[in-house]
Ligand binder design. Structure first.
Ligand code: HEM
Length: 131
């Protein structure tokens, strides 16, 4: 069936995929995102997505969500941005974040696509050393 195919695609995606509700609560997280951030699915689900980022975004992310919901002005949705994530062990790492807004069974959810940039950044830094 169609749903089984979609689940297989998400479960095997190389990029991390996370969905949150409109208040920022994590509703689903795929294996890639679990690996990247170091959380088991049951540790992450139900928590605020802000557990995955360092300050100052950590303290402000709820406001980012309400700002967007009140103004309708997207800063990352439809554009993407390079941001810094925080793993469970505290390690920071850069990634490309893509967000889309999804109407799902009568309510709004957000899906975040997480593309790790650790290796790209390391290569960039090496190049700079020789420049
Ligand atoms: C907005 C950072 C993860 C959903 C923002 C903004 C920042 C940010 C800085 C505000 C942009 C602005 O107002 O200029 C981060 C960081 C993350 C993260 C550092 C690292 C884990 C996520 C994830 C999702 C998400 C995984 C969705 C599953 C949103 C939404 C907005 C937002 C819906 C408001 C819409 C918009 O500004 O386009 N985030 N975010 N964020 N974030 Fe996150």
């Amino acid at each position: 069936e169609n749903a089984a195919l979609l689940i297989a695609i998400i479960q095997n995606a190389i990029d991390g995929i996370i969905t949150i509700d409109e208040r920022g609560k994590i509703e689903s997280i795929n294996p890639s995102a679990c690996l990247l951030f170091g959380y088991a699915p049951e540790e992450a689900i139900g928590k605020n997505v802000s557990i995955l980022m360092p300050p100052p975004d950590k303290e402000q992310h709820d406001e980012y969500l309400s700002r967007y919901q009140q103004t309708g002005r997207a800063h990352i949705i439809g554009v993407g941005r390079e941001v810094v994530g925080q793993k469970k062990d505290g390690t920071l790492f850069p990634f490309r974040l893509g967000i889309s807004e999804v109407q799902y069974s009568g309510r709004k959810i957000y899906t975040g696509f997480i593309h790790d940039l650790t290796r790209e950044k390391e290569a960039e830094d090496k190049l700079k050393e020789y420049a």
